[in-house]
Design a protein around this ligand. Structure first.
Ligand code: GDP
Ligand code: IMO
Ligand code: MG
Length: 428
């Protein structure tokens, strides 16, 4: 298949960055299609650690990288990230990075609103506080400022007026100071010459790439359970994170997704608030967090940890049309005497095999567990099945069976090459 779409199949942080970096080598162009700098993708290459939030992970391998129209772009953050990665020796130029000229901007007022709402809420979402939700609201509300507007002072002035007419009452209601139109205009005019060199019609570039037979790698952020439609609403992010968004968020047609590679952690984690049926508030959960170094890249918050939930991943396989998975962090389970996999839920008297849509029901789910034998040997750094203890292989096989998708890649450490390659998604 020509293209590959990488998506998170759980609540994010499954290891998408590592996989996109690895797959970039086989791709010609890498495209982000949703989310913004709420994402945190960590890539480990030898002694170097790269942390990317907005830039496609393809930049590290020097691949043509596109921030698609479906992404919300904080222009100041973009420049900071370009400078930060530049200091690590990855030089970003307009030849390497393209930002869709029809992508919407995240402005300081979006961040203000995100943070003020969270501070005022009795039931917090636990957002990253980076303005993602409010920026998408303005996009759908048809009052957002887009990348192309940076080149047009007149359009910018009119748009700022319209935007502030909407944000004024919101800010007053939350006790925030008035936003200043002149200040915002000046800030945008200052940033414009630095951002505009990257701005192009990304859809056109991608169309030409595809027609020339080049291979596209779509890089999803977040995960299916944070999808604004399919996730644990309202404890979700504000974009569609499922594979179907790869087309709409980049400007290519729906057949372009190609092989859909779901990234799946060998256990479950979540950052922020919301239902989490297999969460472990005990020593086991703590151990998963410590061994797995489960701390958010963006906010530094400790991630909540729990057993593998096959029900959720099976649902994700369906929602994304997953062709195969990359199972990551198997090594974190080394040394556990027993492991548990959730195979269904009890909801009152009923037994169910999927995540119900209602938040109340989601909060009442009691996992039905299957217990499996753990392993005492190490899987760390393994690059072939032969290196895995028999119980580890059994655990992987059972996951495949329960979720109804095959393992294409199996991660055994944070390092780029530490992986068992069962099949190359680009060659499937
Ligand atoms: P992403 O948001 O999906 O890209 O994932 P993050 O980068 O936020 O979190 C995944 C973390 O696990 C990162 O620190 C990775 O370096 C690390 N990681 C990825 N794959 C593996 C693996 O197979 N084993 C271990 N131990 N760590 C991994
Ligand atoms: P990557 O790409 C994990 C979570 C936040 C919060 C909710 C809404 O690294 O997997 P937002 O700021 O998006 O409005 O926050 O979504 N969240 C993530 N959790 N990984 C991510 O990205 C996330 N991006 C957002 O913690 O619960
Ligand atoms: Mg992450």
């Amino acid at each position: 298949m020509a293209n590959v779409t990488v998506i998170g199949a759980q609540w994010g942080d499954e290891g998408k960055g590592k996989l996109v970096d690895w797959l970039s080598n086989r791709a010609d162009v890498v495209v982000r299609f949703q989310g913004g700098h709420n994402a945190g993708h960590t890539l480990v290459v030898g002694e170097q650690v790269y942390k990317l939030s907005l830039l496609p992970s393809g930049v590290v391998q020097g691949k043509l990288s596109v921030i698609g129209n479906g992404v919300v772009v904080d222009p100041w953050h973009l420049l900071e990230e370009i400078a930060k990665i530049g200091a690590q020796g990855i030089v970003i130029t307009p030849d390497l990075l393209v930002v869709a000229d029809n992508a919407c901007l995240i402005l300081p007022l979006h961040k203000d609103l995100d943070q003020a709402r969270e501070a005022a809420a009795t039931q917090k979402i636990g957002t990253t506080g980076r303005g993602i939700g409010p920026a998408y609201e303005d996009k759908v509300g048809r009052r957002a400022i887009r990348v192309a507007d940076l080149a047009d002072r007149e359009a910018l002035e009119a748009k700022i007026d319209r935007l502030l007419a909407h944000h004024g009452p919101l800010r007053r209601g939350l006790g925030l100071p008035e936003a200043d139109a002149a200040e915002l205009l000046a800030a945008l005019e200052a940033v414009a010459p630095k951002v505009l060199p990257y701005a192009r019609p990304a859809w056109l570039l991608l169309d030409r790439e595809v027609k020339a037979g080049r291979r596209v790698l779509f890089e999803g952020a977040q995960g299916a359970l944070l999808d604004v439609d399919h996730g644990t609403y309202p404890f979700v992010t504000s974009s569609n994170t499922v594979a179907g968004q790869a087309a709409a968020g980049s400007g290519l047609g729906p057949k372009s997704a190609g092989y859909v590679l779901g990234i799946v952690k060998a256990y479950t984690t979540r950052v922020g608030e919301g239902p989490f049926p297999t969460e472990l508030n005990d020593a086991v959960g703590q151990r998963l967090g410590e061994v797995g170094r489960e701390f958010g890249t963006v906010t530094g918050r400790a991630r909540r940890c729990g057993w593998f939930d096959a029900v959720l991943v099976r649902q994700s396989v369906a929602l994304n049309g997953i062709s195969g998975i990359a199972l990551t962090k198997l090594d974190v389970l080394d040394g556990f005497e027993t492991l548990k996999i959730c195979t269904g839920y009890r909801l009152g008297e009923a037994t169910i095999d999927h995540l119900p849509a209602g938040l109340k029901a989601q909060g009442q789910l009691v996992p039905i567990y299957e217990e499996m034998e753990g392993w005492s040997g190490s899987t760390q750094g393994a690059r072939s099945w032969r290196e895995l203890p028999a119980s580890a292989v059994k655990y992987v096989r059972r996951i495949e069976e329960l979720i109804g998708a095959p393992v294409a890649l199996l991660g055994t450490s944070p390092q780029r090459e530490d992986m068992i390659v069962v099949r190359d998604p680009f060659q499937d």
